[in-house]
Write a protein that binds this ligand. Structure first.
Ligand code: NAP
Length: 248
């Protein structure tokens, strides 16, 4: 069966590393972006030049019509989807719970939770044997914050990743007999733009020594876990959250 993947937020950070890693595994890939068309198009162009079938599609995952259009586009380009990587996400910036704005809560939950649900829904509609599909795999990009709590930084963000973990476990059981495996990877402190986007330009440097292995992780190290969870090598793995966190 042809390997066809959607990677949300595939143009930067962990998503970009995942897109590149999946290209090595021979996937046709639709990488989505919300705002940064230049990054997404640049990655698509580079990988296309080396033989990968790839498209960059603008889709805000918190907007249902964008999500529907993204998956419809994949149907038209390549036919049945076999992998969804639910990676696109935001922190909403730092705030204590007694200071968090409703607008931040709405936005973070819309992108990280509702967006992930919508993408899972569209993936299951295409992959499930109950819907005439041939199975597939979903990998959600959670965070160690879900378990650690995000205290003094972003409990709101941590809570969205807790919801994502519950989605992962619940959906895995729901579709286990329909040919779909659902897992999550929980990165720890990874060097990407997400910290600066939250106004925390020195966060990685500041926290690196607190990680048991003594350093922050690289997006490629998370991408390896995602590729493994998606692969037949993980055929008996579902409903699991794999930490890629250097022991954090
Ligand atoms: P990043 O470099 O800031 O990239 C975030 C990605 O999410 C971008 O591609 C962005 O698209 C996309 N995105 C943002 N809002 C979106 C929306 N509404 N719809 C669709 N896509 C959207 O961050 P990252 O560190 O790679 O984060 C990727 C995932 O890893 C996130 O889910 C994050 O929570 C998780 N994570 C990261 C860390 C870490 O330390 N870096 C740790 C734990 C978990 P544009 O390029 O268009 O802006």
């Amino acid at each position: 069966m042809r390997k066809v993947a959607v990677v949300t937020g595939g143009g930067r950070g962990i998503g970009a590393a995942t897109t590149k890693r999946l290209a090595q595994d021979g996937y046709a890939i639709a990488l989505s972006y919300a705002n940064d068309a230049a990054s997404a198009e640049a990655i698509a162009e580079t990988l296309r030049a080396s033989g990968t079938e790839i498209i960059a599609v603008r889709a805000d995952v918190s907007v249902e019509r964008d999500v529907m259009a993204l998956f419809d586009r994949v149907d038209k380009e390549w036919g049945p989807l076999t992998l969804l990587v639910n990676n696109g996400g935001i922190t909403g910036g730092m705030a204590r719970v007694d200071d968090v704005k409703e607008s931040v809560l709405s936005q973070v939950f819309s992108v990280n939770v509702i967006g992930a649900f919508l993408c899972c829904r569209e993936a299951v509609r295409r992959m499930s044997t109950q819907h005439g599909g041939s199975g597939g795999s979903i990998v959600n990009v959670s965070s160690r914050a879900a378990e650690l709590g995000g205290s003094h930084e972003w409990v709101h963000y941590a809570a969205t990743k807790g919801a994502l973990d519950t989605l992962t476990k619940g959906l895995a059981k729901e579709v286990a007999l329909e040919g779909i495996r659902v897992n999550a990877v929980a990165p720890g402190l990874i060097e990407t733009d997400i910290h600066a986007a939250a106004g925390q330009f020195d966060r990685v440097e500041r926290m690196a020594s607190t990680i048991p292995v003594g350093r922050a992780g690289q997006p490629e190290e998370v991408a390896e876990c995602i590729a493994w969870l998606a692969s037949p090598a993980a055929s008996y793995v579902t409903g699991t959250i794999v930490a890629a966190s250097g022991g954090r």
